[in-house]
Ligand binder design. Sequence first.
Ligand SMILES: Nc1ncnc2c1ncn2[C@@H]1O[C@H](COP(=O)(O)OP(=O)(O)O)[C@@H](O)[C@H]1O
Ligand SMILES: [Mg+2]
Length: 336
Amino acid sequence: MSDRDGRDDRDGRARKGRDGQAKEPEIRGEDGHVLRPDERAGQQLDDEQVARQTEIQAEEAKTRAELQAEAAGEQPERGVHQDMATSGAGAVVPDAPILIEVSDVVAGYVPEVDILNGCDLTLHEGEIVGIVGPNGAGKSTLLKALFGLIPVRSGEVTFRGEDIAAKPAHALVEMGIGYVPQNDNVFPSLTIRENLQMGCYLDQSKFDRRLGDMVETFPRLGERLDQRAGALSGGERQMLAMSRALMMEPEVMLMDEPSAGLSPDLQDEVFVNAKKINKAGVSIIMVEQNARRCLQICDRGYVLDQGRNAYTGGGRDLLDDPKVIELYLGTLAQVD
Ligand SMILES: Nc1ncnc2c1ncn2[C@@H]1O[C@H](COP(=O)(O)OP(=O)(O)O)[C@@H](O)[C@H]1O
Ligand SMILES: [Mg+2]
C-alpha cells in the first residue's frame, strides 16, 4: 500500500463519519446491542477489519524487520519509503506539497539570548522528517517555536503557506498540528480513556469515532481504557501520548524524543508506531536522540548543531555520510 493509499483510506473513513453514515462496520455483542468502540476489543472482527488489521500487522513486521536488519549490521534495501526515494526526486526534494516551512527562524527563552540562530526546515505531505543532533543543539526549542510555545523572534513559519509564527498552540491544534512533548506527555492520575478525552477537548464530537480508531491502531490501549495512565509502562505511555495527540486528527504530528528512556526493543516499537501513524496519512516531524534509528525510518533528516542546520539530506544518505557519522553518529546514536 502506498502512502497515498493510506491517506485516501483515512480521508475516506473520516468523510463517511462527517456525513453521518456508518463509518465503521457495526459489531454487535451477544445481547445484540451495537458495541461501543471500547467494547469491541477482543470481539469477532468482520472481513474488512481483519483485512485492515492484517495490513497493519504486515507493515509493522516490515518496519521491525528493517530496524532489526540495520541493528544486525546488514544493509537493508533503501529506506521504508522506497517509492519516494527512487522516484527521481533524489529522496531529498519530494514532489508532494509543502505542509510546514520554517525559514531562518531565530528564537529563545531569555531576552537577548538566541537559542535558534536561523533554522530552516521543510515538511512535505506524507513525509517523516527527523531532527537529530547533540544535546542542547536546540531540537526541542525548534519544535516549541513551531508549536507556538515560545516566540519566534525573526524568520518565518508557515503551515500550508499560512503564516503561523505568532499563533498560539491551541490555534495550531485546531488547524491540524499535533504535538507530543518529551516529558509529562500523559496525565498519570487520569485513565487512558480520560487522557484520550483530553486530546479531544477542543472538539468532543470527535471522541467516539477517534476512540474507535485508536483502539484499532493500538489494541493494547483498548484493552486497558479504564486503567490509570500512571500504571502504564514507558512504552505504553508513549503510545498513549501519541494517541492523545492523534485524537484531533492532525495532519502533522510533532514528536519530541518519543524513544527517550526506553529499552531498545521498546524504542523499536515507538518507531514502528510512528511509521504506522505516518502510513495512516499523518506527516511527522520527529526529534530524536536515537539518531540512527530515527534516520532509518525518516524520509529526510536535519542535523542541528548550536541552533543551526548542520546537515540536511535523505535519512539514509545522512546515515551513510562519513562526515555525519564522524561528527554526530559515532557516539551519539550507539544503542546496539
Ligand atoms: N526553558 C528554558 N529556559 C531557558 N533556556 C532553555 C530552556 N529550555 C532549553 N533551554 C536552553 O536551550 C538550549 C537548547 O535546548 P533544547 O532545545 O532543549 O536542546 P535539545 O532538545 O537539542 O537537547 C540549551 O542550551 C538549553 O539550556
Ligand atoms: Mg530536547
